[in-house]
Design a protein around this ligand. Structure first.
Ligand code: TYD
Length: 213
């Protein structure tokens, strides 16, 4: 059986962590824990987690934008080989917290490296592997930033500290990706209460994979 590769995307503060936890728990009840893999980028295995430490070290304020983009892509490559492809071959449902769209939105648009340049550079890393379905949790930047300030002030990372303008640029890029890839990317209104967001995500997953939910 062929696996199912579902990525989750969104600007910071969209509630991705809570939504993914709810979806993972329900899928595990339906399919059994063995059949569901939760994994995140950058990370998911010991090599990519080491790259993550470098990316999010708050002392690395002098990191060059292209270096950052290459490190995200390197972490992604290892993640594909170590987690995603083996999971796909084993027929599992893979819930992936961020994937290549994050690089296009954050590095391509947010850091002004160019969406097309980041897309091209990532081709070498992903070697054609795109998610079967991408859930994009859309939230206005003001709301997203407010949520971060309220709920996660203890764990704000280097990238979270960027200004409102950065977040708005990231969101606009996500909206462009959504418009360009409507078959793969489904937009969910993440400003709604969590229960409703989860319900909408389940509907989108079911529409793509009739056997789920
Ligand atoms: P993380 O702490 O995992 O938070 P979140 O819950 O928002 O996913 O941090 C991930 C951060 O890394 C987030 O700010 C987006 C950023 N990022 C990129 O800039 N480019 C990428 O390719 C990826 C995968 C993440």
């Amino acid at each position: 059986m062929q696996g199912k590769f579902i990525s989750f995307e969104g600007p910071d503060g969209a509630g991705k962590t809570s939504v993914m936890a709810a979806i993972q728990s329900e899928l595990e009840q339906q399919l059994g824990t063995e059949q569901v893999i939760y994994t995140r980028e950058p990370g998911g295995n010991h090599i990519s987690e080491q790259i993550r430490q470098v990316l999010f070290n708050s002392e690395n304020t002098d990191m060059d934008g292209r270096t950052e983009a290459l490190l995200f892509a390197a972490a992604r490559r290892q993640h594909i080989v170590s987690e995603i492809l083996p999971g796909m071959e084993a027929g599992k449902v893979i819930l992936c917290d961020r994937y290549v769209d994050s690089s296009i939105a954050y590095q391509g648009a947010g850091r002004h490296l160019g969406e097309e340049a980041i897309w091209q550079m990532n081709q070498f890393a992903i070697d054609g592997l795109l998610p079967d379905l991408t859930i994009y949790l859309d939230v206005e930047s003001e709301i997203g930033l407010k949520r971060i300030a309220e709920h996660r002030s203890d764990q704000v990372n280097r990238l979270d500290k960027e200004k409102l303008a950065f977040h708005q640029t990231v969101r606009q890029s996500y909206l462009r990706l959504y418009e360009a890839h409507p078959d793969r990317i489904k937009l969910i209104d993440a400003s709604q209460p969590l229960d409703q967001v989860v319900a909408d995500v389940k509907t989108a997953i079911h529409a793509r994979f009739a056997e789920l939910f």
